[in-house]
Ligand binder design. Structure first.
Ligand code: ATP
Ligand code: MN
Length: 156
């Protein structure tokens, strides 16, 4: 039986580490002729660095993020050739891993592509907490892309 790959989900926190997933997601989207859904979850409870320095209310902030969202997505995808791809940028609000897993299920996503690490980028962690939870809970396969900074060096 052949599986279908019509929808690819690329969740992102817009960090440098999350960028390593971009060429994989874009390449798969081109090869399969799939839609590329780029999802960012705004989490007002987390120390979102932009929100932290904002000063206003979470609601105000969310609206500002929404206004500048498309530009953020374009910056994030910069350097990848997305000209032939159907791009679906999505901004959600809530607990990042819950929203990612929910969105994937609800929209019939076939594969999730994401970085092993994000903004925090702790070298001793195998996976960031969001990625770990998505891997554990997602209904579909998850392709995790490691940033070279976290390359595994086997013990001598
Ligand atoms: P921490 O567990 O402290 O957050 P981290 O920031 O290094 O560590 P994660 O947050 O798990 O690790 O980030 C790994 C990947 O998860 C990112 O590359 C990104 O794909 C996804 N991700 C993280 N936060 C979000 C978010 N708010 N919205 C969408 N995707 C996210
Ligand atoms: Mn994180």
């Amino acid at each position: 039986m052949k599986h279908k790959v019509d929808k690819i989900l690329l969740p992102t926190d817009f960090s440098e580490h999350a960028k390593f997933a971009v060429p994989w997601a874009v390449d798969l989207a081109i090869r399969y002729g799939a839609e590329l859904h780029v999802l960012h979850v705004f989490d007002e409870n987390a120390m979102d660095p932009l929100f932290f320095t904002y000063g206003g209310s979470a609601e105000e902030y969310f609206n500002n993020v929404r206004d500048g969202f498309r530009k953020e997505v374009d910056n994030y995808l910069e350097g990848a050739d997305i000209s032939g791809i159907t791009l679906v940028p999505v901004l959600a609000n809530g607990n990042p891993f819950v929203e990612i897993v929910k969105y994937a299920k609800k929209h019939g996503v076939d594969i999730i592509v994401m970085g092993t690490h994000g903004r925090t980028g702790m070298a001793h962690m195998l996976l960031g907490s969001i990625t770990e939870k998505v891997v554990r809970k997602a209904h579909c396969p998850v392709l995790t892309v490691r940033s070279p900074e976290f390359e595994f060096v086997p013990p001598a």
